[in-house]
Design a protein around this ligand. Structure first.
Ligand code: SF4
Ligand code: SF4
Length: 156
């Protein structure tokens, strides 16, 4: 049985699709329990009021859904890209997407830890070895530049 509190899920996820199918997508993940925002008895009662069928979204479906709202970096976190400077490319791309998914402050602070130095290294990196194994065909330094522009626009 899958029971979920949807009292504020609509506000958070509603723009990405119907709440019941998005919750179904979350429940399709291989964990045994998902408790979303249950802090009071009222919320708990709401959480146990409905059941949601599991829903599998392909990677392409997720990216297409996100593209309706912003231009995500379509990194699937395979971690095949290796940077000789040790930059965690997939982490930076994840934070960039999180920024657009309502985690602005948190994502920006994470990005500030490495993205700017990553950008500076990319500017003088002629080998671009990171690009050789990217199954998604991402032009990684160009994406890092997008992250740099986001940080610039955000300011201090
Ligand atoms: S292009 Fe940038 S991310 Fe890629 S290997 Fe060079 S410095 Fe690292
Ligand atoms: S290889 Fe491409 S898809 Fe995989 S983690 Fe690196 S950037 Fe993302």
């Amino acid at each position: 049985m899958h029971q979920v509190d949807e009292s504020n899920a609509d506000e958070v996820f509603g723009k990405y699709g119907a709440v019941d199918e998005l919750i179904g997508g979350i429940l399709e993940y291989p964990f045994s329990c998902a408790l979303l925002g249950i802090g009071t008895f009222e919320q708990a009662e709401l959480a146990f009021a409905n059941e949601y069928p599991q829903r599998h979204f392909t990677y392409e479906e997720v990216i297409a859904r996100l593209k309706e709202q912003f231009d995500p970096i379509a990194c699937d976190r395979c971690e095949r890209c290796v940077c000789p400077y040790g930059h965690e490319i997939h982490t930076t791309f994840r934070q960039y997407n999180y920024y657009h998914l309502g985690k602005e402050f948190w994502a920006i602070n994470k990005l500030k830890m490495d993205a700017e130095q990553n950008y500076q290294h990319c500017r003088s990196c002629t080998e671009q070895s990171c690009r050789k194994e990217c199954g998604r065909g991402l032009h990684i330094p160009e994406q890092i530049e997008r992250v740099h522009r986001l940080l610039e626009a955000y300011g201090d």
